[in-house]
Design a binder for this molecule. Structure first.
Ligand SMILES: [Mg+2]
Length: 110
């Protein structure tokens, strides 16, 4: 079992001990993920990045990962596999010789 699978199993256990699976439909998991991402953004609002509270950042980042892993679990997706597949897709979209050192979007590289 990978580290991600182990973490997901802990999240599922936490959820099931509380009988919360009934609330964890894909739509609400996606909403929760987005809301937690907004809470992460809020840590940076009206301040310089280096002034964001690191302890709060850990909490919000953990919330984001948690809902992302639970959403992946809902669709029986292998998180490691889908990320590796996306890295390969992005490597095609952003060839090193065109993308190195530029923040341009892929459709502006050619
Ligand atoms: Mg939060």
């Amino acid at each position: 079992m990978s580290d991600i699978q182990s973490i997901t199993a802990q999240l599922v256990l936490f959820r099931d001990e509380r009988d919360w699976a009934q609330f964890h439909n894909p739509k609400d998991l996606a909403l929760a993920l987005s809301i937690e991402a907004a809470e992460l953004l809020e840590l940076f609002l009206w301040k310089n990045a280096e002034d964001a509270d690191t302890d709060k950042l850990k909490d919000e980042l953990a919330d984001v990962f948690s809902f992302a892993f639970l959403l992946a679990e809902k669709y029986q997706l292998d998180v490691q596999q889908i990320i590796q597949e996306k890295i390969l897709k992005n490597a095609d979209k952003y060839p090193v010789d065109l993308a190195r050192g530029t923040a341009k979007k892929y459709d502006e590289l050619y």
